[in-house]
Design a protein around this ligand. Sequence first.
Ligand SMILES: [Zn+2]
Ligand SMILES: [Zn+2]
Length: 307
Amino acid sequence: MSFHLTILGTGSANPVVTRNATSHFLMVEQEGYLFDCGEATQTQLLRFKLKATRIKYIFITHLHGDHFFGLIGLLSTLNMHHRVDDLYIYGPKGLAEVLTLQMKYSDTRLNFKVHFEETRSEESYLLMENDYVKVTTIPLVHRVPCCGFLIEEKEKPHKILKELLPSHISIEQIKCLKDGQDVLDDNGEVLYSCDYYTIKGPAPDSYAFCTDTAYHPAILPIIKGVKLLYHETTFLHELVERAKETCHSTAYQAGQIAKEAGAKNLLIGHFSSRYKDLTPFIDEAKQVFHNTILGEDGMSIDFRDLV
Ligand SMILES: [Zn+2]
Ligand SMILES: [Zn+2]
């Protein structure tokens, strides 16, 4: 199992033709996790040949339009395509009310069930988990309540060293070793040691989605050691005062967060429409944190390729 991410939009509030509003699509075990859903996200899914029907979980950070104005359109289209599978939406207070009103006055009746869960942005907590991943909230600092998300793969099973296994070992005992536990005999003594018969699986994948936010080092313990950190960079550092006023971050600050968190990789996006050439963003972030990726609409990242 590996995470596979596609960036659907790297723009911010003011539209530009080259950068769509924010949305990231993460595939894990054939299930889609959508992080934010700016206007025209469904068109971007089509453009980059991603199946919207795969989306099972949607996470909305906050109620600025560039992060959720595409949601009602996406839900309507899924309905038109006769979706029957349940959908899980996590978002701030007010989102369910907005969607309900939009559906009421557009006479949209969903054929599928939506499980809505309101997020709280004052503290970090475990939001959801399934067989493969768990998602924790990341409280952010913005002009409206805003909460980022950390999605982490559950521990990968240990790899069995088959050549060492005794011929009479049972399936249950092998399963026990794979789960990282020693096999004990009736007296509680170690019969087969996990350390001897297995090697630890690869490090679990993890992805932190942090937008929109002012520079906020309080998130560091939550995202410590994350494999890929997405951090917004609305401005270059020459506009650090503007970033502070509007509760956004600069490329330099995103680099600082990645460095101090011990992130393995940094992905940047949410660029202000005032910037045509984005080269200065990558240059600025790399001054602090070398493993920085400049986000682009349609870019796809297989976590197996990351350091
Ligand atoms: Zn935004
Ligand atoms: Zn915002």
